[in-house]
Design a protein around this ligand. Sequence first.
Ligand code: ZN
Length: 348
Amino acid sequence: MNIKTVALSFAFIIAIANFEGADLKLTELNTSKPIVTFIDDDCTTLFLTNLEPICADKNIKITLSWITSKTGQPGYGGVTYMTLDQLNQVAEKGYEIVSHTDQHNHLNIETDAELEADMKISHDILKANGFNADVIVYPFGLEGTYAEKLRTKNAASKYYKYGVDCLIGGDNPKPIDNYCVYRQSTETLGIDGLKDVVDQCQANNSWLIFLTHSGGECFDAKKVSELIDYIKLKGIDIMTFGEAEKIKCNALDFNNCNAPVYRIIYNQEDMDIPIKNYAINKETIVECAFAVPDCENQAGVMKVYRGGNHFSYALFYSLIYGNGNVYKRNWDDYALVPAWDTWEKIGV
Ligand SMILES: [Zn+2]
């Protein structure tokens, strides 16, 4: 069983289960075509002079990430951030506006309260203005130690469906890590290197997201223009994040789940809690964003089924950064001390 089959059968199992009240998003996996998205960071007025004419000329629409506290303000190097009027005009033309936080800080060194505010304030402002409030683009990328990254992802998941990185480039493998969507900078590779990544996206039928800074000194209009031409020459569609997400998102969006599908994030101890902690006659989804020692140190998703008559089991799907293996263990209800037995690999 490959990852796609796992995801599809997993989605099917969820679809037939009675998850009353669960906000599950089921999407037919579309691996039939590659898609490229451009996200231009910071929303300075230089977008209007440096990049918008290129987009108009080539008839493409891109996504812009907006730092809400800087709206209309002067910035470093003599740039000015777009006013709300300018952002509305840009949005009316079909460009998409998403979050780039409220303050544009290094998120890994913010206090918990600052991080929470940065996520919430920008989300609420985007929503109030009718922009796409489902996507956060992390300033400087998803930075820090493993624990710091998890803290950022956790904070983002309270308000957004996706968090976009820029420290990991290349195209996005399936399934996508919703809170670490990869993005390839157009600034760190030459045009040949960028074309190679486009080729890779086409070969993988994947989703490739490019980063630009139209307000930055290193913005290279000629290179970006040539890159867009190359993508079009290859017959690859260029879409905004929101358009592409509808096609390229995971078959099952775990992060949209609410009761009675339980999310238990980043807590290794919870993997082995007794079966009585799970809802009876239900399947519960547990995100395991850590290395699971008994499953080849992979991260992934655990599905626990608690039956009504002693029969319960758990499946573990190594998904995120993982090797795609599937493991199973049973709940031994007849033991002197009822407990989970050991994980066994049952497929790939
Ligand atoms: Zn930025």
